[in-house]
Design a protein around this ligand. Structure first.
Ligand SMILES: C[S@@+](CC[C@H](N)C(=O)[O-])C[C@H]1O[C@@H](n2cnc3c(N)ncnc32)[C@H](O)[C@@H]1O
Length: 232
């Protein structure tokens, strides 16, 4: 795929952020509870490995269910998101619950944090909305801002038939054309994409392809990667 110019990149990020603003303004995609795969990642890979206060960064924190989970555990929690409505909802809920976290209105790409700032970084279904160059740049930034031995949880939709079904149905049952119009950079991830993405400087602690079929309340088939990478 050809490289995007920086203007094309800004435009596609803005289109995607508008799509997310509409979703959050309608009160959708606004879970109160943290995602179970994030809870499991934090307990299994982060809490047991470090003594003392822990720092947590979420890429694309949305309305903040995972951020509030981290803050409740006493972690120093930071989230970034390109949607200003998401940031607003996230901050309102933190305040409502008497929790502290830093929430930045900031797109993927360069991360505005010092080297070795975080014990863990979480991407729960967010980086998949970035174009390929931005995604790679962000992964290299995640490596920079993680402390040595820190962990990255990368949860992203897998590139196969089941996953495609989900992709086609995202955005209120819209067609794939509407979906890609709303999120122009959305991408599925294959096994070889994953290998390429984490070639140097990482050790894979766990890589799972999780397929799930939900029958009630509505048929929903997903196939996702849940990858835990440790910075070496
Ligand atoms: C599926 S939601 C996931 C939200 C949250 N991680 C969760 O688990 O509830 C994806 C989030 O990524 C954000 N996002 C999409 N593209 C982005 C970009 N280029 N830069 C920063 N955030 C982005 C969206 O605004 C949205 O909040």
């Amino acid at each position: 795929m050809s490289k995007m110019t920086s203007l094309e990149h800004q435009n596609s990020t803005a289109v995607s952020a508008r799509g997310w603003n509409e979703i959050y303004a309608r009160g959708e995609d606004s879970n109160e509870e943290p995602w179970s795969n994030v809870v499991s990642f934090v307990h299994r890979f982060v809490l047991k490995n470090v003594n003392g206060p822990l720092s947590f960064l979420e890429l694309g924190c949305g309305s903040g269910p995972n951020l509030r989970f981290a803050a409740r555990l006493g972690m120093s929690a930071t989230g970034i998101d390109a949607s200003d409505v998401a940031v607003e909802v996230c901050e309102t809920r933190l305040e409502r619950d008497g929790l502290m976290a830093d929430v930045l209105h900031c797109p993927f790409g360069d991360l505005p944090f010092a080297d070795q700032s975080f014990d863990c970084v979480v991407d729960r279904a967010s980086l998949m909305f970035a174009d390929g160059d931005t995604l790679n740049q962000t992964v290299s930034e995640v490596h920079r801002v993680l402390k040595p031995g820190g962990h990255f949880f990368h949860n992203t939709i897998a590139d196969d038939v089941a996953a495609t079904l989900v992709a086609l149905d995202m955005g209120e049952g819209s067609s794939d054309t509407e979906m890609y119009a709303k999120y122009p950079d959305f991408r599925l991830t294959s096994a070889s994409d994953l290998t390429d993405r984490f070639k140097a400087g990482w050790v894979a602690r766990e890589v799972k392809r999780v397929e799930r079929t939900v029958f009630v309340p509505a048929l929903d088939v997903t196939a996702e990667w849940e990858a835990v990478l440790q910075k070496i």
